[in-house]
Design a binder for this molecule. Structure first.
Ligand code: GUN
Length: 290
């Protein structure tokens, strides 16, 4: 079994990006500037956004964190987004999800200028992605493609099963892997809560991508020998032995499934760090496009 080491791969990518930023600066060009907006005080979201901002600094980007109170109205948030849309010193920005219940996520995503939507969530960018046109690919699916590519895992002609149909992961990765592209040309099945007899389907899979948010969901008796496993789950579970009092649990029962897998991502240290690296990649792209 080979570990798909997202931590190391992400560090390699960040080094490559840092070199490009140095090159830009040498040529008297401005460093890319990413802004992250966070609304409210969801612990996990704060951790993720801080990690994104820190990663920006490490590769030589400029970054700004905008923290807004959870009571902010939808219109006030849209006004903030419009300011960023019109600020020529900002290459890209993200609004960390989830948002408080009184704010409609769709309205917020729709307000972002697609040229600055480095999360790739705007319908214009999802549409371009679906048509295999140049765009910002959402960071988590983009990270999965990059991880498979760097570990030279063949996808062409393979049976891929995606578990979970979220807009951020399951749906886009199922579209991407079916496309005629470098890491693609797979036969993809998108499964979800209404799927009948999931184990029968997952046992046929050469590659399984699990993005459900249900800890230890995928068990060894659901997979075949030699399967490639990509675990996108990162559920926080209380663990009083840890300094920060929680640990992260993936959607795959790693102990069991790693006995049968040929390749598998760990949690943490698999897909998570790749997401951050690909957000940086999208921000660099946004900057270069201008
Ligand atoms: N929440 C969980 N993943 C993401 C992400 O990739 N981007 C944003 N903006 N919010 C998220």
């Amino acid at each position: 079994m080979v570990l798909l080491d997202g931590k190391k791969t992400s560090a390699d990518i960040r080094k490559e990006i840092a070199l490009e930023v140095e090159e830009l600066k040498k040529n008297n060009k401005k460093a890319p500037h990413l802004v992250a907006i966070i609304v409210g005080n969801n612990g996990a979201s704060i951790t993720y956004v801080n990690a994104k901002v820190k990663a920006c600094k490490e590769v030589g980007f400029e970054s700004t964190l905008i923290e807004l109170p959870k009571e902010i109205s939808e219109q006030e948030l849209i006004n903030k987004i419009n300011t960023l849309n019109n600020d020529k010193f900002i290459d890209g920005f993200i609004v960390q999800l989830p948002l408080p219940e009184h704010i409609n996520e769709e309205n917020i995503i729709m307000a972002i200028n697609p040229d600055k939507d480095v999360d790739g969530f705007h319908p214009t960018n999802i549409g371009k992605m679906t048509l295999n046109l140049p765009t910002f690919i959402p960071a988590t699916p983009f990270g999965i493609l990059e991880l498979l590519e760097r570990y030279k895992i063949e996808t062409s002609g393979k049976n891929v099963i995606v578990i979970g149909r979220s807009n951020i992961v399951g749906t886009p990765i199922s579209i991407l892997l079916g496309q005629k592209r470098n890491v693609g040309n797979a036969t993809v099945t998108l499964t979800h809560s209404r799927t009948v007899d999931l184990p029968k389907i997952t046992k046929q899979a050469d590659i399984i991508i699990v993005a459900l948010g249900v800890p230890n969901f995928l068990k060894a008796d659901m997979v075949k020998e030699g399967v490639v496993i990509v675990d996108v789950g990162i559920t926080r579970v209380e663990d009083t032995s840890k300094k920060n009092r929680f640990k992260l649990i993936g959607d795959v029962d790693f102990k069991e499934v790693s006995q049968k897998a040929s390749y598998i991502t760990p949690v943490p240290g698999g897909v998570g760090p790749m997401t951050i690296a690909m957000l940086l990649k999208n921000t660099l792209l946004a900057c270069k496009r201008k």
